[in-house]
Design a protein around this ligand. Structure first.
Ligand code: AMP
Length: 224
């Protein structure tokens, strides 16, 4: 199954993608993580992307097409994957659809996670990432430790440059103007499932798994 996790910055796509990846045993592909790794490695892509990311803008579509094409052709993506942070523009959605056709990926589903915007701004400003495993934590959960609960790395927590309030608000605007049309695109294809992201993490995971289960059963019934 090919899953696209969709929603506003801070809605929990990364957190849910990691949990689902381990439960469903399919890779988690985060375009944000791929770009952050390139920034860390100071590759030409990373040097170009950093300036754009720090402002909360989108990396050009042509650059993103190349990254995603290379990633989806990897053998580990054959049995399915979870896309987190892609597509983020209508042009990315259209090109992704073509890629899916070429690669014979048939059971695409977009999970649109929704949540209150003001809650999300608070959540983003209050989160910390681990430099080593890229997991995201609420500051209140890690403020008394210097060890990452996921990978055990020491002193690896940091506030992302794009998680300051000014940049967060700009990212929300970019989401509304550039990324929200992606939802319309997939709604027309009847591939969208809405998930309430205002619940605790574990509950959101249960809601997603139950929605996916229902979808699989419906698919099996129609193809029988
Ligand atoms: P994320 O970790 O998904 O919040 O992404 C962090 C930043 O990486 C975004 O604010 C963009 O600058 C860039 N980025 C990630 N995915 C994409 C994409 N699909 N298209 C354009 N820019 C992206």
């Amino acid at each position: 199954m090919q899953i696209i996790l969709f929603g506003s910055p801070g809605v929990g796509k990364g957190t849910q993608a990691k949990i689902l990846s381990s439960k469903l045993n399919i890779p988690h592909i985060s375009t944000g993580d791929i770009l952050r790794q390139a920034v860390k490695d100071k590759t030409p892509l990373g040097i170009e992307a950093q300036k754009i990311m720090d402002k909360g803008n989108l990396v050009p579509d042509e650059v993103m097409f190349g990254i995603i094409k290379e990633t989806l052709q990897k053998p580990e993506c054959k049995k399915g994957f979870i896309l987190d942070g892609y597509p983020r523009s209508r042009a990315q959605a259209v090109s992704l659809d073509k890629m899916f056709e070429e690669l014979n990926f048939g059971s695409v589903c977009l999970l649109a996670i929704t949540a209150d915007e003001e809650e999300l701004v608070k959540r983003l400003a209050n989160r910390r990432a681990c430099r080593v495993c890229h997991n995201i934590f609420s500051y209140s959960d890690i403020k008394d430790t210097d060890t990452c609960p996921s990978c055990g790395a020491k002193n690896s927590f940091y506030l992302r440059d794009d998680d300051t309030e000014k940049v967060i608000r700009h990212r929300m605007e970019v989401y509304k103007s550039n990324t929200a049309p992606v939802l319309e695109y997939y709604q027309k294809l009847d591939k969208v499932i809405f998930i309430n992201g205002d619940a605790p993490v574990e509950q959101v995971t249960l809601n997603i798994l139950s929605a996916l289960d229902k979808k699989m059963k419906k698919q099996a019934a129609t193809s029988a």
